[in-house]
Design a protein around this ligand. Structure first.
Ligand code: ZN
Length: 418
């Protein structure tokens, strides 16, 4: 299928194990590419099927219809990590732990895949440890170099990993945060991690957990940029295929709606498997994460949340209240476009990211303004599209709330924050 220069296809085999995929358990209709912000209200955004399936062979949850990466992560890709204080603090704490536990020194080498604007590696550089970022997009790669983080602009995979290992030596630590879900060539990507890491090195991978997606009805974290939705169960199978042992799992309940950090090492030299791995796998088994019926009722749950959110916003409008939204991230576009909430309900969206301001949310066709617009225009209510940063945002917007403004949270259950 071709549309506006982008191509996409239904997915019939599992991206991890290659088994045939059953019918999707979640269908969010046709939506635009969520991160592809528009330059004007008149620009057309092509829409593509957005649906998710479960592989009952390796337990990987994945998109059942997919666009190629080049169609998504183009030069215009607007995400800059450093715009979230919480994310930067989380990354720096991870670096400090690694420096200590792995005894990293000037002779060590740390690589981050999808290093964005250098938000994590700048901490490594500051500590005098050799670092290299790998980042495919122009803006963030340039920003990283400007702050002194050596950055190779490329998509990561087995071939690039072999080249980097040859040129720079193997890495004591390879970090890959919020990227593994974004790669269409999943096995090539993990083979790259295995190729680049030193025999006695470690790999850490972070991603939102599919358990949180289902348990907290975070259906808006589904978008075309996210090919896969991982559990410990599916990650363990995937890593083992590439000679890597999952030996530790950390859980961050407040990050991106529930993030897991998986620690892997080459199997021959892996530390002993820790209790955290056994605990997470047991929790997933008891929930049924490895079985199709766990996902079967999720689609119906999502439809209920969508209906109640539309009703809540309609009742606010019926009271004569004005409503805006906070957070022009991809999840916001999925939430708006899969529920049909658009400019007839919302007046505008605000976002701290200056690269997004002046653009428009695709599909829903909402202008993106600076956060100061909340105090200047005083909408009565603000739909919190970036609910994963709710605590941070609500704290920052104390002046807006003191002036009578309210926030509406969409998931797991739509409600007005008291
Ligand atoms: Zn599979």
């Amino acid at each position: 299928m071709t549309d506006g220069g982008l191509t996409g296809d239904p997915v019939s085999v599992c991206r991890s194990c290659g088994a045939g995929l059953p019918e999707p358990f979640l269908n969010l209709g046709r939506t635009p590419v969520a991160n592809r912000l528009l330059r004007s209200a008149d620009e057309q955004a092509p829409c593509y099927p957005l649906m998710v399936a479960f592989c009952d062979t390796c337990a990987l949850v994945q998109l059942a219809w997919a666009l190629p990466a080049e169609a998504i992560f183009d030069a215009d890709y607007p995400y800059f990590s450093s715009f979230s204080d919480a994310l930067v603090a989380h990354a720096h704490a991870h670096v400090d732990f690694l420096l200590d536990e792995r005894r990293l020194s000037a002779g060590s080498f740390v690589v981050e895949v999808a290093s964005n604007d250098g938000y994590l590696l700048d901490r490594v550089v500051q500590k005098g440890v050799r670092a290299l970022g790998v980042e495919p997009t122009d803006g963030p790669a340039a920003a990283a170099r400007e702050r002194g983080v050596p950055t190779r602009q490329a998509f990561f995979g087995r071939d690039l990993a072999a080249e980097l290992a040859h040129k720079h030596g193997r890495a004591d630590v390879v970090v890959a945060n919020n990227v593994m879900a974004h790669v269409p060539g999943l096995n090539d990507f993990v083979a790259g991690l295995a190729t680049l890491v030193a025999p006695d090195g470690v790999i850490t991978v972070e991603n939102p957990s599919v358990v949180e997606l289902v348990e907290h009805r975070e259906f808006d974290t589904v978008y075309h940029e996210h090919y896969c939705y991982f559990s410990c169960t599916s990650v363990q199978v995937l890593m083992r295929r590439h000679g890597l042992t999952l030996f530790r799992v950390e859980e961050f309940a407040d990050l991106h709606g529930g993030t897991l950090r998986w620690w892997m090492a080459p199997t021959a030299n892996s530390p002993a498997i820790e209790q955290s791995v056994r605990d997470q796998l047991e929790r997933e088994r008891s929930l049924g994460v490895d079985r199709p019926d766990y996902y079967a009722s999720f689609g119906a749950d999502v439809a209920g949340v969508q209906n109640r959110l539309r009703s809540l916003l309609a009742s606010l409008k019926a009271q004569g209240r004005s409503v805006a939204a906070y957070g022009a991230a991809a999840k916001g576009a999925t939430l708006l476009n899969s529920t049909g909430i658009d400019s007839s309900t919302l007046d505008f969206v605000v976002d701290r990211n200056t690269a997004k301001q002046g653009r428009w949310i695709p599909g829903a066709c909402l202008p993106i303004l600076p956060v100061e617009a909340l105090l200047e225009r005083r909408p009565d209510d603000v739909l919190l599209l970036a609910w994963n940063f709710a605590t941070e945002i609500v704290r920052q917007q104390d002046a807006y709330r003191s002036a009578g403004g309210r926030f509406v949270v969409p998931v797991p259950e739509p409600r007005v924050l008291s």
